[in-house]
Design a protein around this ligand. Structure first.
Ligand code: AHR
Length: 518
């Protein structure tokens, strides 16, 4: 069904255009930063007659006047929490607060606040149809430092969802229920995804269970093909409507839904009675494209919809939690937003200036040959080394044999599971990579599986003890490459394994990246 420009929609489109002009004028006149302009995404949705009823971001304010906390972190060293706020009203996150609070330890994101004033915050998802891996069947919380980026040059962190991670609110205020109209957008890392069910942001069941077709309406991003899919190998933006990810009207393939891998991806799903749409674009440049705009799926149970109004992030409606992805910001609206309103929001997003973070180390670029030196006082002459499949730390110096030097040398590759991160291919065993298995590191041949890719992908960040870099596991993002008794693990800061010991954790997970010995 094509969108009709009713009087209400014409008025909304005109208001949204006015709001967009305000942003553009702000940018063109150089009146402060782009973000100092009057309208942020939720101001634009309000001007379009479809106000935000949930607004989540770890990177910036989504209203020009918002000046509260964006999210809360908890650190492992003493289990205390800290709210992370803004540099200025309507502006960017003050990530330095997190950096100083989390220095020398690890932090997880405990709350993503709702900027609308409706208290639709996201917290650790409870068990539902499926249990999560944390205590009591809850899902894991995201490592607060695993997705570093910049926005307009300001440091920020996204919500890195490794499998098992999930956020939810089952008791919301103002979110669409039944067949009520709603819209939503989210900004994701288009290079971080998997084929697990289901990396979603949006409307879901209030009891965390599969309550049947039409009881959800959320944005999905990933390359699972169990339900719908589009062209290419994925990932695709689809709508999770429960018991089905829809790429268009058909239950399976829809030719108009393309594979999208923008590093920063704007993804949109919206729905109203017997009408819904998928839109997406590059969050760093350009405009949105419409990949579906029509009637509800030609499958029973989705018209009328039976939305329940919970909010999920990183999981499926029934707490399926094997998915992966990264979230930076997103909103849900009351009412079906016009394309003009969404186009203005996209202009605002592009002007915001999302950019990849840097590991701060030029050696960590794909193709570099490197060695990884321990920084703990005991061990500063030791490097990560392999002998066949076994991995340990070994002393290497200029007098070491050529074999010993080659065993401690690695070629940096784009992360096999996430090209924003890295993998380490053995310099002397081509096609074999450092990977973890049962939390210990080995060098194994790449078998091409999704599991291997995840096990062999590590996300660099500043060293936890202030030296070099630390490397978070891509699929266990609160675990970092650590040496312990000269063996090498992925370790959390405290936990049930001996190698998770808190003593010397920050030193043991910090590595100086040097040019390779071989
Ligand atoms: O619709 C796809 C998934 O199916 C939902 O997210 C989940 O609740 C169910 O398993």
């Amino acid at each position: 069904m094509p969108p009709r420009l009713t009087g209400r929609r014409l008025r909304a489109a005109a208001m949204a255009l006015t709001a967009a002009s305000a942003v553009i004028v702000g940018v063109l006149t150089g009146s402060g930063t782009a973000q100092a302009a009057t309208s942020q995404p939720c101001d634009i949705y309000a001007a379009g007659g479809t106000p935000c009823v949930a607004a989540h971001s770890t990177t910036r304010a989504l209203y020009a006047t918002y000046n509260g906390a964006l999210y809360q972190v908890r650190r492992a060293s003493d289990n205390t929490t800290r709210d992370i706020g803004l540099l200025s009203a309507g502006g960017y996150v003050n990530a330095a607060t997190q950096d100083s609070f989390c220095a020398g330890t690890s932090c997880v994101i405990t709350i993503i606040y709702d900027q609308t004033g409706r208290n639709n915050r996201l917290t650790q998802a409870p068990p539902g149809g499926f249990n999560g891996p944390a205590a009591g069947g809850y899902d894991n919380l995201a490592d607060a430092t695993a997705a570093p980026i910049t926005v307009a040059g300001h440091k920020a962190y996204g919500v890195f969802v490794a499998p098992g991670t999930g956020y939810r609110n089952n008791s919301t205020n103002g979110i669409a229920t039944g067949d009520q109209p709603e819209g939503m957008y989210a900004i994701f890392d288009g290079t971080h995804y998997n084929a697990g069910c289901c990396f979603d942001y949006g409307n879901a069941e209030t009891n965390s269970r599969d309550n049947g077709n039409g009881t959800m309406e959320a944005i999905y991003f990933g390359n699972i093909k169990a339900w719908g899919y589009g062209t290419g190998n994925g990932p695709w933006v689809m709508a999770d409507l429960e018991n089905g990810l829809f790429s268009g009207a058909n239950a399976g393939y829809n030719a108009n839904d393309p594979t999208l891998t923008h590093r920063f991806l704007t993804a949109i799903v919206k729905g109203e009675p017997n009408h819904w749409s998928i839109r997406a674009g590059n969050a760093q440049t350009g405009s949105l494209s419409t990949y579906y705009n029509g009637a509800r799926p030609n499958v029973a149970g989705y018209n009328p919809m039976k939305k329940e109004g919970a909010i999920i992030l990183g999981i499926g409606g029934d707490n399926s939690n094997s998915s992966a992805g990264t979230f930076y910001e997103g909103v849900m609206t009351s009412g079906y937003p016009s394309e003009a309103t969404e186009n203005s929001v996209q202009a605002n997003i592009v002007a915001a200036g999302y950019a990849p973070g840097s590991s701060g180390n030029n050696l960590l670029t794909p193709g570099s040959s490197i060695s990884l030196r321990a920084t703990t006082a005991c061990c500063t002459t030791r490097y990560i080394n392999h002998s066949g499949a076994g991995v340990n730390t070994a002393v290497v110096d200029s007098a070491s044999s050529a074999t010993a030097k080659a065993n401690a040398s690695w070629i940096v590759r784009a992360g096999l599971a996430n090209s924003s991160c890295v993998s380490f291919e053995s310099k002397n065993t081509a096609g074999s990579y450092l990977r973890h298995q049962n939390y210990q590191l080995y060098v194994h041949a790449n078998d091409g599986s999704a599991l291997f890719a995840s096990d062999a992908t590590f996300c660099p960040q500043a060293g936890k003890n202030g030296q070099g870099n630390s490397f978070a596991s891509s699929n266990y993002s609160t675990r970092y490459i650590r040496h312990y008794n000269n063996l090498v693990y992925i370790a959390s800061n405290g936990g049930s394994n001996t190698f998770d010991a808190t003593g010397l954790w920050a030193d043991d997970v910090s590595w100086v990246v040097t040019g390779s010995w071989a």
